[in-house]
Design a protein around this ligand. Sequence first.
Ligand SMILES: CC(C)(COP(=O)(O)OP(=O)(O)OC[C@H]1O[C@@H](n2cnc3c(N)ncnc32)[C@H](O)[C@@H]1OP(=O)(O)O)[C@@H](O)C(=O)NCCC(=O)NCCS
Length: 204
Amino acid sequence: MLPKIRHCEDAYTREGLPTLFQLSDVPELRSLDRALADSRYKRIDPSLVLTVGRDELPPTSGRQFEVLEIDSWLNVYCHLSGMPKTAARLQKLVLKSIPHDAIYGAIKSSAGHVACGLAVIDDEFIGLFDILTHPNYRRHGHARQLILNLMHHGSKNGVHTGYLQVAKDNKPALELYKHIGYQSLYQSWYRIRQGLETRSVESA
Ligand SMILES: CC(C)(COP(=O)(O)OP(=O)(O)OC[C@H]1O[C@@H](n2cnc3c(N)ncnc32)[C@H](O)[C@@H]1OP(=O)(O)O)[C@@H](O)C(=O)NCCC(=O)NCCS
């Protein structure tokens, strides 16, 4: 196991990056997680992967759901999140590299756009990302309607399961997804350690 870890570290170090492993609680990854812990890798960003069956979703309401073009959606996302427009350019490159169909959705109220998020469709699966409601308009059911509309809109062609990833300590989001019917499938986390210089010093 250790030589394989070292091999990964060398690859990251060549790129000038700290080594990062993504793990989950499937039994097959237990020994890797232990080996990384023994090599002083820190566990960070614990999250849950949740799923829901398409047939388990409640119906949508007639709330103002819109499907936007990527540029308009990024404008809405910047407005709701406070993300600078310069960062949106990078975000656009990331979104454009998604190798599947994506639906860019938003909820518009009389106050303008109040919530946005996107769905990615991969065969029978539909994943949700970047779900966000403006802080001034939370607890009005906007995210719930956004998600249900994205799910119903995207679930037309053989999609049967929705999934998403959420930080374990994000209580509002966890409550939201539970409220809609999502259930925990597995846990995920990263293990990180600084570059090879640290390793050389420690193992000297
Ligand atoms: C999580 C988030 C999207 C919820 O948006 P929202 O529009 O306020 O959610 P809704 O009003 O649709 O909530 C629907 C239900 O979810 C649950 N819920 C939502 N926020 C909650 C909170 N802060 N505390 C407890 N329950 C909450 C409730 O059951 C709520 O129903 P209720 O208000 O009738 O009790 C919003 O808090 C947000 O934008 N957070 C920052 C971004 C984020 O964390 N996104 C998720 C990434 S995975």
